[in-house]
Design a protein around this ligand. Structure first.
Ligand code: HEC
Length: 284
């Protein structure tokens, strides 16, 4: 009897997979939200912007006291000074707002090139276009400046668009595949840790829900402060974090701004549509 039930369940899952084979971002988003709302009853959507602190009352207390004087502030100020240095270029590339109040719309599908443009990607290509040296992708100056610029979007709901065309949907599907694919020596997917085990513990860490994970990037981490680069040293971009999580399962990380991570960011951020930006987050 038991075997029979397992067989039926497996069939059911397969059937489900077939039924979902057609890419449907809006449905994915609905399903992911419904899953978390059931898993963490009473946690409102916006709380997911706070990672583990939104779902774990014990850790939240510590974090709230940290946030009375956020350790990220001096670095955000330095990021702002840097932003002011490049503001003229940004006004040319980003138009009105010069890159301020725009973070919620990234990553974007660019219909002209068929490419995905991340926020950091847009910043660096703007610098290049204006004869400036592009900045390193993962930390330091770019991360701090991007954190300041993201903070000017705080309170604006994430609004990533996946237009209904083949190329955009293929980017989305590639990112989704990365998210659900098991990898590394530990053979674990992003979803295993941040969907199936969200709220659970791994080596003394609580696992954050995938929903809302992107709202507060670039993030400031105590762990990263020791990496040098002064007050800007604690910041890291989302792709820095992706690399860290790939390494946790002993998989080889992809390069920051590689197509693989751009696709992942596209899917991952789309899942958090509707959640308001609250950058930079402060994490351990
Ligand atoms: C073995 C479990 C594990 C896997 C697999 C894993 N992560 Fe993580 N991840 C963690 C832990 C632990 C943390 C730190 C605690 C937290 O915030 O969840 C973390 C943190 C994060 C954060 C920061 C959350 C925040 O609030 O700032 C992001 C984003 C993230 N992971 C994305 C991913 C993505 C994308 C993948 C797949 C490429 C992935 N993770 C795979 C364990 C994992």
């Amino acid at each position: 009897m038991k075997k029979f039930i397992i067989a039926i369940t497996a069939l059911g899952l397969l059937g489900g997979a077939v039924a979902h084979a057609k890419t449907n971002p809006a449905k994915d988003l609905k399903d992911v939200r419904a899953y978390f709302f059931k898993k963490f009853p009473g946690v409102p959507l916006q709380e997911y912007a706070n990672g583990i602190y939104g779902v774990n009352a014990g850790r939240r207390v510590e974090w709230e006291s940290t946030m009375e004087f956020p350790p990220s502030e001096p670095g955000v100020d330095a990021g702002k000074a840097l932003y002011n240095k490049y503001k003229g270029a940004f006004a040319k590339c980003f138009g009105n707002g010069a890159g301020k109040g725009m973070r919620q719309n990234y990553p974007k599908y660019d219909a002209k090139t068929g490419d995905i443009v991340t926020f950091e990607g847009a910043i660096n290509s703007c610098l290049k276009k204006n004869g400036q040296k592009p900045l390193g992708w993962k930390k330091g100056k770019l991360a701090a400046m991007s954190a300041y610029m993201a903070s000017t979007s705080n309170g604006k709901a994430i609004n990533v668009k996946v237009p209904n065309n083949k190329k955009a949907l293929a980017w989305y599907e590639r990112g989704k595949k990365h998210f659900y694919a098991k990898r590394g020596q530990l053979n674990l997917s992003c979803a295993n840790c941040h969907i199936g085990s969200a709220g659970g513990q791994i080596r003394g860490n609580i696992l954050s829900p995938a929903l809302g994970q992107v709202s507060h990037f670039p993030v400031y981490r105590k762990k990263w402060e020791s990496g040098g680069k002064g007050v800007m040293g604690g910041f890291g971009t989302l792709h820095r974090r992706y690399g860290g999580c790939n390494k946790q399962v002993r998989a080889k990380p992809f390069k920051a701004q590689s197509d693989e991570y751009k696709a992942l960011e596209y899917f991952h951020t789309y899942m958090s549509n509707g959640i308001k930006v609250n950058a930079p987050g402060v994490r351990q």
